[in-house]
Design a protein around this ligand. Structure first.
Ligand SMILES: *Cc1c(COP(=O)(O)O)cnc(C)c1O
Length: 387
């Protein structure tokens, strides 16, 4: 059996080596390392793939969030609501910009922002909602957009984990994750679903004026060379990374399918164990993404995350490692309990789901190169331990 890895970037590279190598070589031949043709080409390809008017590449997914918030003109004291159960980057940029983060609990099945908690958190100071499409599953965007419209709030989708996912509205129309709100952001960190070989990120929007503002902000606030109209940053996707991404983008749908296939294997093998809750198990291919989805298009399985309900999560974590099965606890601490983000305004009883998830979740190996022999070994080892 091939060695099991949490993310197998080497095996994936071997499959696409020639295309990627040629793409990097082209950048080297052109020697245009910043904003070269590879960046322009990738930007256009991604706009086309996402069916969005503007993709603005930048240096990483954290910058993408920060720049999106800067471009919306949010000001000190504005409250930004986001999920308590996510990677810290989301809340970090809110705090960094001296905006006020308001963390709310998540849904027990999808781990995404809880709609009732979101509604409860809205005050006259609320200016924006940041739904995070956690582990590759699109948040309940129909509800988020409705609330945003009602209260006149911006929606910034943190799509670092769900690029390629499709969200289907009740009327049957579909939009790509990250293109539904006012603005969407993503990360091309190597282990993300569309990863480059270094750091990278992008911002998406259908709003022409906002896109213009963002293009200036990523480039020191310049709209005309050496005229700085607003305070900006320096955040660029370099041409070599764009070359890698340009070579990989045509495979993204195939990569999403490979992840869904692995998820389907896990779901089937682990379905009937009373100590395991498989991710958001329910109907397949639902037309209404407010419903819980199993292995449907609205989930691209950035992570495959189980809940272990018999209190043996930490023991399972160790047991799997001892058997050569990498696994991870995403995330072991709720954001509202982190030293940097704790605040007297938070009450423990407002976070029952997150406080439970941090004790029960475990993420299994998930990438595009898992084979059935590996999946069989992983699932049998889990069942053997939890029987
Ligand atoms: C990875 C990630 C980010 C940050 O992306 P970087 O490219 O590492 O800066 C932001 N939000 C979420 C949810 C992520 O998973």
């Amino acid at each position: 059996m091939k060695k099991i890895q949490m993310v197998d970037l080497q095996s994936q590279y071997q499959q696409i080596k020639e295309t990627v190598d040629n793409s990097i070589q082209e950048v080297l031949n052109s020697s245009t390392y910043i904003n070269g043709p590879a960046v322009q080409k990738f930007q256009a390809d991604l706009e086309n793939y996402l069916n969005v008017k503007h993709v603005i590449p930048c240096a990483n997914g954290t910058d993408a969030l920060q720049i999106a918030m800067m471009a919306l003109g949010l000001e000190q004291g504005d409250e930004i609501i986001t999920a308590d159960f996510t990677f810290a980057a989301t809340v970090e940029v809110i705090a960094l910009l001296k905006l006020t983060p308001v963390l709310v609990d998540v849904d027990a099945k999808t781990f995404n922002i809880d709609i009732e908690a979101l509604k409860k958190a809205i005050t006259p100071k609320t200016k924006a909602i940041v739904p995070v499409h956690l582990f590759g599953q699109v948040a309940n965007m129909a509800a988020v957009m409705e609330i945003a419209k009602e209260h006149n709030l911006f929606v910034i989708e943190d799509n670092a984990q769900a690029i390629g996912a499709d969200y289907t509205f009740e009327d049957g129309t579909t939009q790509k994750a990250g293109t539904i709100g006012n603005v969407g952001t993503t990360s091309f960190f190597p282990s993300k679903n569309l990863g480059c070989y270094g750091d990278g990120g992008a911002i998406f929007t259908n709003d022409d004026a906002l896109a213009h503002t963002i293009r200036g902000i990523v480039n020191h606030g310049m709209y005309e060379r050496y005229y700085h109209d607003v305070v900006g940053v320096n955040s660029r996707l370099d041409s070599i990374q764009a070359g890698v991404l340009q070579a990989k983008l045509p495979n993204l749908d195939e990569y999403c399918d490979a992840r869904r296939n692995a998820a389907r294997f896990y779901n089937n093998a682990l379905a009937n164990n009373p100590n395991i809750i498989t991710p958001s198990a329910k109907s397949n291919k639902t037309k209404n993404c407010n419903a819980i989805c199993d292995v449907c298009d609205c989930h691209v399985f950035h992570q495959y995350t189980l809940q272990i309900t018999n209190g043996k999560r930490d023991e399972l974590h160790k047991h799997l490692l001892e058997n050569g099965i990498p696994n991870a606890i995403y995330y072991p601490v709720a954001l509202h309990s982190q030293k940097a983000y704790s605040d007297a305004k938070y009450k423990e009883e407002d976070f029952p789901v997150t406080n439970n998830l941090i004790k029960t979740v475990i993420s299994l190996p998930m990438h595009t190169e898992l084979d059935n022999e590996q999946l069989d070994f992983i699932t049998k080892t889990i069942i053997g331990f939890l029987k």
